[in-house]
Design a protein around this ligand. Structure first.
Ligand code: ZN
Ligand code: ZN
Length: 313
């Protein structure tokens, strides 16, 4: 089933970085690793297959057949480990067009997802998936066109390479920029390009500046950025709504509340990504008392959740 033709909505199914982090301290922001769904112009675009994609998959079971475009930033575990548990991929009649850049070692996205599910890593091979899986190698700097939707990309600054994306549709734009580390002396031109005047910028702000520059345990060179750098980029690029994303597994709910307060002081249209959060870019749903600030809603419940199809290991 396709999505509403005249809508542009961003749904957050996994917002945690590095490793899934369930527990009493992460209940409110969520412990699943990256997966962001954009329903835009009647199409469904999915970014990354972290553990959040398992939850998205369950919601899609009541909307089959599913035809979706799945873009990977890179294949670090936190961005692919949900894919073997993405039930719609096992069901005939569904179709997934899968995009990713060729890794520096020459490995394609098809090869990397296949290897993840190869014995003895996983008991079920990718070839068992009965949906139509069509793999595409992303060429850096070359857009992908899907109807009247354009998906731009650019390289990010991350160990082993990562790719950021920007979705353009009828004058609106949302950028998905994770995993990336800022430069010490200048703003990253690629990030600025992806973020330019975007309605929504989703940005890797794993750390605070204090943690990043900590003398005891510096995070310089680890491939991630900070909320302070997120605000700098958002201001320089003319971003409307900034979403702080890829939360550190050590950052529990109360700490993320505190980060959110700092972000809101520095950038009033800055919000913390939360699992289950939904931002509607078009038609715009705005907070009544603050015009131009997107309303934060929960992802609507689907009519029915199908319980009897599972992947077990
Ligand atoms: Zn990551
Ligand atoms: Zn990574």
């Amino acid at each position: 089933m396709s999505t509403l033709p005249n809508h542009f909505t961003v749904n957050f199914w996994g917002v945690r970085g590095s490793i899934a982090s369930p527990g009493s301290g992460t209940v409110r922001y969520g412990g699943n690793t990256p997966c962001v769904e954009m329903q835009v112009g009647g199409q469904r675009l999915i970014f990354d297959g972290g553990t959040g994609i398992r939850v998205l998959g369950r919601s899609l079971l009541s909307q089959m057949p599913v035809d979706a475009h799945l873009f990977f930033t890179h294949t670090h575990w936190d961005h692919i480990q949900g894919f073997p548990f993405f039930v719609p991929a096992f069901i005939k009649g569904n179709c997934f067009r899968i995009y990713g850049a060729i890794a520096p070692n020459g490995s394609t996205i098809e090869r990397q997802l296949t290897d993840q599910m190869r014995h003895p890593n996983f008991p079920v091979r990718l070839q068992v998936m009965e949906a139509s899986l069509q793999f595409h190698n992303v060429e850096i700097g070359k857009s992908v066109q899907i109807d009247d939707i354009e998906v731009e990309n650019a390289l990010l600054n991350h160990p082993g390479q990562a790719v950021g994306y920007r979705v353009n549709w009828r004058g609106h734009a949302a950028a998905y920029v994770t995993d990336t580390e800022h430069f010490p002396d200048c703003l990253d031109k690629n990030v600025l390009h992806l973020a330019r005047n975007a309605d929504v910028l989703i940005y890797d702000a794993t750390y605070t500046d204090d943690e990043y520059y900590s003398k005891q345990s510096s995070k310089v060179g680890w491939g991630h950025s900070t909320w302070e750098e997120a605000v700098k980029i958002a201001k320089a690029a003319g971003v409307k709504t900034l979403v702080i994303f890829h939360h550190d597994p050590l950052h529990e709910d109360d700490f993320l509340d505190w980060v959110g307060e700092q972000v809101a002081c520095a950038f009033p249209k800055g919000v913390m990504a939360k699992e289950g959060m939904s931002l509607q870019i078009f038609p715009p749903t705005l907070v009544p008392e603050a015009t131009n600030v997107l309303e934060i809603a929960n992802i609507p419940e689907t009519a029915e959740v199908v319980e009897d199809i599972q992947v077990s290991v």
